[in-house]
Structure formats: C-alpha cells, structure tokens
Design a protein around this ligand. Structure first.
Ligand code: PLP
Length: 357
C-alpha cells in the first residue's frame, strides 16, 4: 500500500528495518532502546547522534540550539509567544492557511499580534507577494508556516524580513530542502511527517533569543530549561529521538537536503503536470505557491472526488482524501514517500480522467 497520509506519514524502509532488527536488544547493550534509561551512556550517544544529524543536514552554526520536546507543534503555538512575545511588544504573523490560524489564536492569548499579510480571502491558495506584506519594524518576530499542510501551499523561499527573526512552523517540510538558517530565530516541527514518529517535536532556537525570555514561566514551558538540560530535563521521547537519529543517517546517505529537494520537486512535478495538462483536475494552490509535500486538487464534483478516493484506496493508494476543511484530494509525498508511489498515482489519475472526464 502506498500511504499518502498527511501525518503521521511514511518512514524510510531502511530505518524501519534497522529499528526492527534492533528492537529487542541494541547491539552491545543487550536491552531494547525502549527500555534503556534516558540518563544512560547509550541514550546520551543516541541523542548526540540525532542532534548532530540535524545540525549537519541543516547546516546549523553553533549559536543555534537543537531541542527534542513533546506536546507537538501545537504546544509550540503557545510556547513561542510565551517565551518571545514581550508584554509591551508585538509579533507579526503571516497567515497562509489553517495551521497559521491556530498559531495566531494561541499567540493572541499572550500579547499583541499583527497579521502582516493573509491570503484568506482567496481560500489560502497562495503565498502573499512581497509588496502585500506589511511588517512592523519593531516586531519581536515574524511567524510563518513554511508549508501549510492542509491547503498545500508552501513558501518558495523565506520572506525578506529586514533582519527581524523568522519563527517558522516547519512541521510539514522540515528537512525536505535546504534553508537559509541565518534568517530564522526559531524553527519548530512535529516530527511525524518528514523526520520521525509522532510524539517528538524538533525545536531549533538561536542563542540570543534566550535572553528575551521572561522569568516566571512554568519550568517545562521555558526554552531555557531544555537548552540547559539538553532536552533531558524530564523523560524525553527516547524512541522518537532514536528514530530521528536513523532518519538523519538515511538522509545523509541519500545525499543530504539538496538531493532531497531535487527528488521532492521531481515527485511533485509529476502530479502537477497531470493537473496542468487536464481540464478535469483543478489544483488548489497557485503555481508559484505550490507545495512539494502536499499536492491538493479538486475534481469536477464531490461525487467524483468520493469515487476517486474509493477506487484509489481499492488499488492500494491510501490516504488521499483531502482535509475536511478544504475537501477534494490531497496527496502527501514527504521525503520517504517512494517515487514509484507517485508514478502509480499519476497513472491512476490519467485512467480515472479517461473513464470519467
Ligand atoms: N503545523 C503544521 C504545519 C502541521 O501540519 C501540523 C500537523 O499536522 C501541526 C502544526 C500540528 O502538529 P502536532 O500534531 O504535532 O501538534
């Protein structure tokens, strides 16, 4: 079965095989990775390798910290403003889809939020043009969602924020392509799409932002706790971090993020080409804002969409139903999604159009 689910999503087969091979006992340790103490030397080495993998792949300089937290990207919607939105200040949010809306809802509980640009009036079908983005030069940060998983809209590259640190929800495109790290103050991502299993959240934070954090936050909600304790203040998701270390190894063997980006673009192009050459399928996102991770499109009627999903599922193409808030079809094709699965979908789409178009 090809799993087009938006998340949790496919993991690389070699990673699953290695985890399976060593599930009962890690070599030289004699205990399962699920059983060992998070304070053990073995786990210290695992988390060190995971951090090193993230650092190497994203090219992180030393003044960025790498954290493995819990609570999902959803908890980051709150932690970001609790830590970084000063009571007498303001933060800019650029709103391009459903996840950004949720981030804004939580930020508003903490302080002043300015929506610097939004594409809501066209049902989040694109990223705003530079001239549409009205930044406050005194904003504490500019929040973006690098890839809106539900609408299938992705920033082609980081916006120019004139030096204001970008805070990015990169849950659905982390490690899918290289990034310009110096533009970011903080990046957060639930692991369960591109880098690991559900239950662990990657947070990357620039060192100087730590000095802005107000005293008095709950210990677990203060980024400094996790920086000072290297993500081991409490019991972390040990298994999730182990899988992340294996995924990073796999990504390096695949040629790193440049190679991943090329492969992701090639996979997405195959589906967009079918959409563009047909009067039957209609893409949701405008061409310059199309996601390489979540391809969203509609058919002429909801009835046909239902049949499309049913017949695709019967042929082993699973998880293609679009999110209920947008409808239509969504093909999620993260890093580990195989090219053959995309080829199978493209063939199915052509055949479905021929029969129903
Ligand atoms: N942000 C984006 C872009 C997402 O795609 C998701 C999950 O699908 C979330 C946030 C929420 O993540 P979590 O379920 O880890 O809280």
């Amino acid at each position: 079965v090809y799993n087009f689910s938006a998340g949790p999503a496919v993991l690389p087969v070699p990673v699953l095989e290695e985890a399976q091979r060593h599930l009962l006992a890690l070599p030289g340790v004699g205990m399962s990775v699920l059983e060992i103490s998070h304070r053990s030397k073995t786990f210290e080495e695992i988390i060190r390798r995971a951090e090193q993998g993230v650092r190497e792949l994203l090219g992180l300089p030393d003044h960025y910290h790498v954290l493995f937290l819990q609570g999902g990207a959803s908890l980051q919607f709150s932690m970001v403003p609790m830590n970084l939105l000063p009571k007498d200040g303001s933060a800019d949010y650029i709103l391009t889809g459903s996840w950004g809306k949720k981030a804004i809802k939580e930020a508003k509980r903490e302080g002043r939020v300015q929506i610097a640009a939004t594409t809501e009036d066209s049902n989040f079908d694109r990223i705003p043009e530079p001239h549409e983005i009205k930044l406050d030069p005194n904003a504490a940060y500019v929040h973006i969602t690098t890839n809106e998983t539900i609408q299938g809209v992705q920033w082609p590259k980081e916006p120019d924020t004139g030096g204001i640190p970008i805070v990015a929800d990169a849950s659905s495109d982390i490690m899918s392509r290289p990034i310009d790290i110096e533009k970011y103050g903080l990046i957060y991502a639930g692991a369960q799409k591109n880098i690991g299993p559900a239950g662990v959240t990657l947070v990357i934070i620039r060192d100087d932002l730590l000095s802005r954090i107000p005293d008095g936050l709950h210990t677990m909600l203060d980024y400094r706790t996790h920086v000072e304790n290297r993500s081991l203040y409490n019991t972390p998701n040990t298994f999730g971090i182990y899988i992340i270390s294996l995924v990073c190894q796999w990504l390096k063997e695949k040629g790193g993020l440049e190679a991943m980006a090329r492969e992701n673009e090639a996979k997405a192009k195959m589906i967009y080409d079918v959409i563009d050459s047909s009067g039957f399928y209609r893409g949701h996102a405008q061409p310059g804002s199309r996601s390489m991770m979540n391809v969203t499109f509609r058919l002429p009627t909801e009835e046909l969409e239902k049949r499309f999903v049913q017949e695709a599922t019967a042929q082993g193409l699973d998880g293609l139903k679009g999110h209920r808030s947008v409808g239509g079809i969504r093909a999620s094709i993260y890093n580990a999604f195989p090219r053959e699965g995309v080829e199978a979908l493209v063939q199915f789409m052509r055949e479905f159009e021929r029969k129903n178009g």
